[in-house]
Design a protein around this ligand. Structure first.
Ligand code: PRP
Ligand code: URA
Length: 209
């Protein structure tokens, strides 16, 4: 069973509350999402393996540590997942970035794929999938399935706000994928929006409503 990590650091909770407020505009919403993503990235990468290598400091040779192997890929789910990429890249500048385009059909609430472009060697990387909202879980489940079809077997999911239904869906369909969230909210409403949530993340990031 995948683990759910709720990153309840006070600074993350403080910033998330400002994002939830309906009077927070797009500019501040983007800045806060960026800041939270960097802070969450610290936890998402807490246990990645290191290897030894030799360097020389200005004083003497030493055995130093670096991140092992083919390293990481960040894969945002378009559109809203894009808002979490820059924060993660400022923590992990060597990461490659792939993109998966999905939107939820307004009546069925089921995801529809419209784009997929991934790094050529993605199957050798730890993949961090980003999407601020884990609602029914359909979008994240499909994105993870697409990555597994490309051979990825080391995938983590980083979301901002989750509904219990979304967490259940990932645990049922992808029990090997750990989930990192800043908050687990109460429920979904009749339009499959997270309650209390923060509204439509894509619209709030890009100012499209
Ligand atoms: C939102 C959000 C997730 C999805 C979550 O995207 O960013 O991708 O809905 O819902 P789910 O867990 O029920 O699948 P949306 O479909 O609104 O597309 P957008 O980011 O392009 O606005
Ligand atoms: N997508 C969003 O952007 N917000 C929700 O609450 C649910 C899906």
């Amino acid at each position: 069973m995948s683990q759910v990590h709720v990153i309840a650091h006070p600074m993350i909770q403080h910033k998330l509350s400002i994002m939830r407020d309906k009077d927070t505009g797009s500019k501040d919403f983007r800045i806060l999402l960026n800041e939270i993503s960097l802070l969450m990235g610290y936890e998402v990468t807490r246990d990645i393996p290191l290897e030894d290598y030799q360097i020389e400091t200005p004083i003497c040779p030493m055995t130093a540590k670096r991140v092992q192997g083919k390293k990481l890929a960040i894969v945002p789910i378009l559109r809203a997942g894009l808002g979490m990429v820059d924060g993660l890249l400022s923590l992990i500048p060597i990461a490659k970035v792939g993109h998966i385009g999905l939107y939820r059909d307004e009546t069925t609430h089921k995801p529809v794929v419209y784009y997929c472009k991934l790094p050529a060697d993605i199957e050798h990387r730890l993949v961090i999938v980003t999407d601020p909202m884990l609602a029914t879980g359909g979008s994240c489940c499909d994105a993870v399935s697409m990555l597994k079809e490309r051979g990825c077997d080391n995938i983590r999911l980083m979301c901002l706000v989750a509904a219990p239904e979304g967490i259940d869906a990932i645990q049922r369909e992808h029990p090997d994928v750990d989930i990192y969230v800043a908050a687990i909210d109460k429920e979904l409403n009749e339009n499959a929006y997270i309650v209390p949530g923060l509204g439509d993340a894509g619209d709030r990031i890009f100012g499209t409503k």
